[in-house]
Design a protein around this ligand. Structure first.
Ligand code: ATP
Length: 584
């Protein structure tokens, strides 16, 4: 079940430090340096052009041949173009590398989070962090930072050359540019905030859509398509609103620089014209200066764009870091252990899902010897599934002791503990892929013989024989092409291939017909001859032959015994049995 979490995780006031962003660039620094050099050569070629233009004009004036200066001008254009294109390709390459690294790192961390943390997160939002936010990183790193470095070089070069032409005109230009620069700097934090909210809205959209797709049939059966569409649309509109804010502030910054250049142009033309008239400057130098002024447009624009992208990247990085900063746990190991059965004890176990949540286990104690079949029964919400979650250490119990094979589960290395357990969830999930892939999911190295044995033990031979491609038939997304009973037996076979020392089976017999239920009962009884089986029974019919039955109620254990003993001794059990017509 997806847990709702109303509050967003992000505090829009905080931002990720640029240092974190640069950390993503470090592995790519070789290519980056080459790309940077190409960018520098490209901008040097570009900067040479106005100088060439000045030579051409001067050649005209002095009556010399213009062929030489024109050839140099052409060479500068061509070299500049080729080098810029090469540099751009290298930068894109770096960007792809950065995105891949960021995705690998994020995904590797995401699959190692603690179950308790994942409960709070929305899967769709997590997905958008891996796909969307990492893409934003690429933009900031390539188009943002790298182009900005090239732009700074062009800018500095242009300013130096302009100073060389006429210092008065340069001061006029710089005054205008500095005023506008200050304005743009004020706009940047607003862009980052709006961008973070835009990314959050995209994440929210993913989360809502994921919820609808997960419960696709329920959505249709409830006639709530329109309402779900409206919720997703609302998130999309929110993303649009925030995106428009980003665009609005961004274009304000862009237009400010454009206006600045125009003002500078008019000022330079007026003052420069006066200086030409007074003989302080010649026309060719004024033309070159004006050309340099227009050369400022692109790098200033790039710098502003770079600053905007940097804000976007920092917002995205913040969302990535939020996940990466959550604690990870040791990953499990696939493959089978030894089938040597282990026992389990719960001693005064106290557990709640969160500090503000009610106690789910309030002193749970019971004992399961190695081997045989033990059933957990009790009303819904009694905390039966929680017993399994604690055994798998999806959550940490707050009090009491849980042992597996006589050893405190806190002393087991996590991977080893999980390897000793086979776990069949209540909704017996089957993943997309072929039947074989599903069966081998927990033990990829199992032999054909082991596979055949697990199939036989779980009575899946009929199914395999019936499927068009046998074991290699795809089972559909989430196993939709299998029946409920088949899915459950596939999940059991999968768990058995791991040769568990303790099989945890959260069975949902309610979805099985009589034939399938009988099969399941046979399978469980057979498995229990080889390993310890702990089964949560929602229907008592499956467990009347259990070696012991633990009756849970209201966060504790009420009674333990065999079916016959409990019918005689425990009122709740008798009631449960009576409602299911078993006492007669
Ligand atoms: P059922 O027979 O209906 O499956 P159960 O006996 O297995 O019930 P549990 O699933 O263990 O009961 O749940 C016990 C209580 O813990 C319930 O009140 C439930 O709301 C709560 N609970 C279960 N899982 C979580 C979770 N991940 N986060 C918060 N609370 C939870």
């Amino acid at each position: 079940m997806t847990q709702e979490r109303p509050e967003g995780m992000v505090d829009p006031g905080e931002k990720a430090p640029i240092r974190d962003l640069l950390a993503y660039l470090r592995p790519q620094r070789g290519v980056l340096v080459i790309g940077g050099v190409l960018a520098l050569v490209g901008s040097a070629a570009a900067l040479a052009m106005p100088q060439m233009a000045q030579f051409v004009v001067e050649a005209f004036g002095s009556g010399r041949s213009i062929a030489g200066p024109l050839i140099w001008l052409t060479v500068a254009v061509l070299v500049g173009a080729v080098i810029s294109a090469g540099g751009a390709y290298l930068m894109e390459r770096t960007g792809e590398g950065v995105v891949m690294e960021a995705r690998k790192k994020l995904v590797a961390h995401m699959l190692r989070l603690k179950v308790a943390d994942v409960d709070r997160l929305k899967p769709g939002d997590l997905l958008s962090r891996v796909t969307g936010d990492t893409t934003m990183l690429r933009q900031v790193l390539t188009n943002g930072i790298v182009e900005s470095i090239g732009a700074v070089f062009t800018l500095v070069g242009a300013v130096v050359l302009m100073a060389n032409k006429d210092i008065v005109l340069l001061l006029v230009t710089l005054l205008v540019v500095v005023v506008i620069g200050g304005m743009v700097a004020l706009i940047m934090p607003k862009i980052q905030k709006a961008q973070l909210q835009a990314q959050e809205a995209v994440g929210e959209m993913g989360a809502v859509l994921d919820r609808s797709l997960q419960a696709y049939r329920t959505v249709k059966a409830s006639g709530s398509e329109e309402r779900e569409i409206a919720t997703v649309t609302e998130a999309a509109e929110q993303a649009r609103r925030r995106g428009l804010q980003v665009a609005g502030w961004g274009s304000l910054a862009g237009v400010s620089t454009w206006v600045a250049i125009q003002i500078a142009f008019v000022a330079v033309l007026a003052i420069g014209g006066a200086r030409v008239a007074s003989g302080a400057l010649d026309v060719a130098a004024l033309i070159a200066f004006l050309l340099y002024l227009f050369y400022l447009v692109a790098p200033i624009g790039q710098l502003v764009q770079g600053a905007v992208l940097l804000q976007n990247g920092l917002a995205a990085l913040k969302r990535i870091k939020e996940i990466e900063e959550l604690p990870a746990e040791e990953p499990g190991v696939p493959g089978g252990g030894t089938a040597e059965p282990v026992g389990v004890t719960f001693e005064d176990v106290v557990f709640r899902y969160g500090e503000d949540r009610p106690l789910v286990h309030n002193g749970v104690s019971f004992e399961v010897p190695p081997g045989g079949l033990t059933a957990l029964v009790g009303p819904s919400g009694a905390g039966k599934s929680t017993v399994f979650a604690l055994l798998e250490r999806f959550y940490e119990h707050q009090g009491g002791t849980i042992t597996v094979g006589g050893r405190d589960i806190r002393d087991w290395p996590l991977a080893e503990l999980r390897q000793a357990l086979g776990y069949v969830e209540q909704d017996a999930p089957v993943l997309a892929g072929t039947l074989r892939e599903n069966l081998l999911f927990a033990a990829p190295d199992a032999t054909e013989e082991e596979l055949a044995r697990a199939i036989a033990r779980t009575r899946l031979d009929d199914l395999v024989a019936r499927l068009p491609d046998g074991l290699d038939t795809p089972v559909g997304h989430r196993g939709v092409l299998l029946s409920g009973g088949e899915r459950q037996r596939v999940a059991i076979a999968r768990a058995l291939l791991r040769k568990p020392r303790l099989l945890l089976l959260d069975e949902a017999t309610s979805q099985l017909d009589a034939v399938n239920e009988l099969r399941l009962r046979e399978v469980i009884a057979e498995v229990a001859t080889e390993t310890t089986v702990l089964v949560i029974a929602h229907r008592l019919s499956t467990v009347t032959n259990a070696d012991r039955i633990v009756v849970m109620e209201g966060g504790g254990v009420r009674a333990v015994g065999t079916h016959d003993e409990l019918v005689g001794a425990d009122e709740l059990y008798r009631e449960l049995a009576a409602t299911q017509f078993l006492t007669s």
